[in-house]
Design a protein around this ligand. Structure first.
Ligand SMILES: O=C(O)CCC(=O)C(=O)O
Length: 320
């Protein structure tokens, strides 16, 4: 649970770094699951006759980096969300990784204890969630740099990622460091107190497909870099303005950003499935079964592909 001092700082600044929340026992299953996803992808490529498939003699970081460089389309294979698109969906690549270790992370007691301090004990896991596996910038092709799961992210408020129906939802973002995040390898940068400015309009910016807060609102403000050790988390108010730096190191930089809100409020992405992560009043509603969770995403995928789900999948600010 957060202390009163931590809660005061979160309410004042709109973000809070909490160091060393997760330990090796929490992180290792996630790493092992991702090594298996990478191996399965490599095997699929090899079976399809590809000759330049990075091999298992490489470390996870080097193998993934080589894979992204040679096969940039692999990026969506690792994400914990279906791709964000409202049209032109290709069923062959429309995929989310929903393994048991990721569910373990979303329902991790230590994370939920922190979240409970902020939004109370009835906690829904929002389907607005991403993994960011960021190879060194120098080893990326131009095509993959433009993908925000891999390159840097521009100044934004997290409300940009939800439909207007969720603007009054008490959403909190939990950013989880799987590797250390430093100023060199692309840590987050936040503008303290910016959550009190209300929702800014977002416009096209330097990164394709990434809406950003207009430059005149950012001008003259440097922001506070938030280096974080492996296992640490950063909380964000939904309207805090933040971004992340490019990875100028020679190491992989890996994080998840996941979101929670009180049960019964809207996630802002109704086409994707959330679930009850903690309910002190009705523990039987908590989802813990990895098969059931994965099925929720499979069902959503099916509804979207078949056109049964006819609303927007996400708020497409850039083509409006
Ligand atoms: O990890 C990153 O690069 C960006 C994360 C982010 O902007 C977010 O969680 O909203």
């Amino acid at each position: 649970m957060l202390s009163n001092d931590q809660l005061e700082r979160f309410n004042r600044d709109g973000y809070l770094l909490v160091e060393d929340v997760l330990d090796e026992a929490d992180l290792r299953p996630v790493e092992e699951e991702y090594a298996a996803v990478l191996e399965a992808y490599a095997q699929r490529l090899a079976a399809a006759g590809e000759s330049d498939v990075p091999g298992s003699e490489l470390s996870f970081a080097d193998r993934y980096t080589a894979m992204v460089r040679r096969h940039p389309e692999c990026i969506d294979e690792f994400n914990i969300s279906l791709p964000l698109m409202n049209r032109g969906i290709d069923p062959d690549t429309y995929h989310a990784h929903t393994g048991p270790a990721v569910l373990g992370l979303l329902t991790n007691t230590k994370i939920l204890d922190v979240v409970e301090s902020v939004i109370g004990s009835e906690i829904a896991s929002s389907p607005v969630q991403q993994v960011r596996l960021k190879p060194p910038l120098a080893r990326l092709s131009d095509e993959s740099v433009a993908h925000s799961s891999v390159g840097n992210t521009s100044w934004h408020q997290d409300t940009v990622a939800v439909l207007p129906e969720a603007l009054s939802t008490d959403q909190v973002t939990v950013w989880v460091a799987i590797t250390d995040a430093s100023e060199e390898n692309g840590c987050l940068v936040s503008i303290p107190g910016s959550h009190r400015e209300g929702a800014h309009r977002h416009v096209p910016g330097p990164i394709p497909r990434e809406p950003t807060v207009p430059v005149d609102i950012i001008a003259g403000r440097e922001g506070e870099p938030l280096p974080a050790r492996r296992g640490s988390i950063v909380l964000f108010d939904k309207q805090n303005i933040h971004c992340s730096r490019p990875n100028l190191s020679d190491q992989l930089r890996w994080s998840f950003d996941i979101r929670y809100h009180p049960v019964g409020q809207r996630s802002g992405r109704p086409a994707f499935p959330g679930f009850v992560a903690r309910s002190r009043s009705n523990p039987a509603t908590e989802l813990r079964d990895p098969v059931a969770w994965s099925r929720l995403w499979d069902d959503a995928r099916e509804r979207i592909i078949t056109g049964e789900c006819d609303g927007p999948v996400f708020q497409d600010w850039l083509s409006e």
